[in-house]
Design a protein around this ligand. Sequence first.
Ligand SMILES: Cc1cc2nc3c(=O)[nH]c(=O)nc-3n(C[C@H](O)[C@H](O)[C@H](O)COP(=O)(O)OP(=O)(O)OC[C@H]3O[C@@H](n4cnc5c(N)ncnc54)[C@H](O)[C@@H]3O)c2cc1C
Length: 408
Amino acid sequence: MPEICKDVLIVGGGAAGLFLALLCERKHISYALIDHQAALGMKWRLAGGAMGNMTNRTVNAEHYVSHTPKQAKKLLQSLFKTWQPQNVLDLLQEYGMEYEEREFGQIFCTKPVKYFIEKIIADLSEKNCFCGEKILSCQYSEKLPEHGGQAETVYTIKTADHVFCGQKLVIATGSSSYPQAGATDFALRLAKKWGHDTVPFRSALVPLLLPEHSPLLGLEGISIPVRLKIFRDGREIADPCGVRSLLFTHTGISGPAVLVMSCFWQKGDTLHIDFLPEDDLLARMHDVQNGRKLVKNLILPLLPDRLALSLIPVDLQNRKVAELSKKDRQRLTASLQDFCFVPKDTDGLKKAEACLGGVGLAQINQNLESLVHKNLYFMGECLDITGLLGGYNIHFALACAFRIAHRL
Ligand SMILES: Cc1cc2nc3c(=O)[nH]c(=O)nc-3n(C[C@H](O)[C@H](O)[C@H](O)COP(=O)(O)OP(=O)(O)OC[C@H]3O[C@@H](n4cnc5c(N)ncnc54)[C@H](O)[C@@H]3O)c2cc1C
């Protein structure tokens, strides 16, 4: 079995692993990039509907969630001191990729992100990239240097075709989301086995499923701006961006508003939807000019017909606005501006753009090195840090790679 010895072994050639390999290449650091898929960067190629939402005009710790928020904030603040949105823009420019800013500061490529990824891959030496390598084992051992001194850790990875050894091991295998693009929980299993705290992966940035018999079923294709909230333990959790669009699907709700809230939603939580986030419906009902209108004729111009008729209580649809009691007005307002239900579940890992959970931050230092095993690093989505929608996950993956490259 051929043995390949390098200074750095990078496992996982996604956004984080590919960028780290590129930086190693530029710094003449000897490395091997090992991935179990036939092609590199498969999830990255799908990002942002294939156009790659690569970063955001504004990126800070508030755009991320973690089970250890204080540690996450400290780490993110440290990473973003040296890796800012402008660094991503410079990288795109260097590779001749044009970009555009869309709503909420999101920066997208103007042509498919796969062209950018292919150019990065073209800059890596073929002899350093190992695709389609099924990892059979990953081990570490202590080795005394020939001329004395402290023992050094040597990491060994066995695949069906090779034995890799290296002084440093970087795990960049992402999370379990989107397994159809090659995602696995490899990082979590390895970290746990080697004594790290871990939090199981759970779907995030994912559609939510409607309960059976929901009046919102059958509205697929409709997309509207909404404001979403969750209440838990007396605390309100709302989308930090306020109003965003919601899209009805065959089985549930999706769109940016829902994907963001899925990062906060826990099974059993009630979701509150304001379908008229910019409107004061009670004031409309009190307006004398609207008094003679039928309720449905007051609401139909404000919302898509099918949605309006699903939301307005049937017994109120053909009543005149002026005839509504205070209770009826409150009932109508609640069904349009505070529609509550408990989603059945998320749409699962196959539809999730990211995961909550991952390798815990308590045993990772600011250089992303393990405090349990020297020269072992974890980076990107396998860590217990998840970016909300808006280019934050790719930004984070690149920031991690940049930090590690400067410490190697
Ligand atoms: C459909 C979709 C759209 C998205 N859009 C955006 C977006 O527009 N903007 C944004 O910021 N984020 C987006 N994301 C999230 C973003 O793509 C990820 O957060 C990012 O790719 C994470 O980078 P990573 O390098 O940590 O992991 P990944 O890119 O997932 O890379 C992990 C690599 O490890 C390899 N691997 C896994 N297990 C093993 C194993 N056992 N052995 C060897 N190799 C292994 C995989 O093959 C893969 O190449 C999207 C995700 C999806 C699914």
